[in-house]
Design a protein around this ligand. Structure first.
Ligand code: AKB
Length: 334
């Protein structure tokens, strides 16, 4: 559901009417599955085409509006869908995440880069706006990890990060050279209870909740003191929607904005969970690959550009996120 804050902004103004017909790629993934439903709620169910590929869509996504299955590497099918539904805005969520990309770099390059170039080319030909989710992964060794500036050194050491940084630059290129209205966010780790993430380095912050409620314990693959930026999914969905409706004249740093809502370590998250699950036990079995990735990512980004240029304001901190996650998952798990 949409946050009350977003609903107020939507009803107060008419700028939502700028977007008419939307395609969401990666609509069966962690962000896409919730974003597609939120967009249908805001703009009308028939106007939002959800597109997945590998994962099966759940009943709500299938029944609440148009759904199609295609591989984002297939540019012809993408172009056909955009023309058939007269799409004017593409939220391009299909992507391989960081740990999965390290295991399969060639596929990650193919899916992440070919997918984005197909989307941008289609947008250029058909006059669409594009939302591109970048990530804290677009930073790397050499980046200041405390209070990471909007503009700073970006030399990512992961294949995922390289595709996210290249994606930011490509979006800027299409904006400057072809006038494609491409906009992006550097998302931190995202926490949600509806669709599990898969193959990410920040996945522990989601897995831990289900493990706490079902088994009372969790073995974490990151060190207890690994601090990373994080965000609860409703804030991420609101951020993407608000950015795409923001006045383009005000956007100086289009691709892509630092956005964060909180930062914590596994140890600190476990303390919060203990408030709801007495006796919760966290152990550590560090995965060197994911630990090395996490160690190269910001501990806390400076998101003042997003706050100033389009009014970014998160609603959920660690305590609020923890209590919402426990409440919703407890209900879901019965
Ligand atoms: C991942 O861990 O790969 C993602 C991300 C931070 O981009 N959640």
């Amino acid at each position: 559901t949409l946050s009350p804050d977003y609903q107020n902004r939507k009803t107060r103004s008419a700028w939502c009417c700028m977007i008419k017909r939307i395609l969401v790629t990666g609509a069966t993934g962690q962000i896409g599955s919730e974003l597609a439903l939120a967009l249908r709620q805001a703009y009308g169910e028939a106007k939002v085409v959800a597109a997945g590929h590998r994962r099966r869509p759940d009943a709500e996504l299938l029944e609440s509006g148009p759904y199609c299955s295609f591989d984002v590497r297939d540019g012809e099918t993408l172009q056909r869908i955009v023309q058939e539904y007269r799409i004017d805005t593409i939220f391009h969520l299909a992507s391989l995440l960081s740990a999965a990309a390290e295991k399969n770099p060639q596929s990650a390059w193919e899916i992440n880069m070919k997918g984005l170039t197909n989307v941008l080319e289609t947008a250029r030909i058909s006059g669409c706006a594009v939302f591109f989710p970048s990530s804290i992964g677009a930073f790397g060794p050499g980046t200041p990890l405390e209070n990471t500036p909007q503009l700073t050194i970006q030399r990512p050491a992961t294949l995922y990060g390289i595709t996210k940084l290249a994606g930011e630059l490509l979006c800027d290129y299409y904006f400057h050279h072809f006038g494609v209205d491409a906009r992006g966010l550097r998302f931190p780790g995202l926490i949600s209870y509806k669709t599990p993430p898969g193959g990410g380095t920040t996945d522990y912050a989601v897995e831990i909740f289900t493990a706490a409620l079902t088994e009372g314990r969790y073995t974490c693959f990151l060190r207890p003191d690994t601090r990373l930026d994080m965000m609860y999914m409703p804030d991420a969905i609101g951020a993407a929607m608000i950015l795409m409706e923001a006045d383009g004249q005000r956007l100086i740093h289009r691709n892509a904005y630092n956005v964060t809502a909180m930062n914590f370590t596994p140890e600190e998250l476990a303390v919060q969970i203990l408030r709801f699950v007495p006796g919760f036990d966290i152990r550590y079995d560090v995965d060197p690959i994911r630990q090395a990735i996490a160690d190269s990512w910001p501990r806390h980004m400076d998101d003042s550009a997003a706050r100033t240029e389009w009014g970014w304001q998160p609603r959920y901190d660690l305590a609020a996120t923890t209590s919402e996650m426990i409440e919703h998952l407890a209900f879901k798990l019965g």
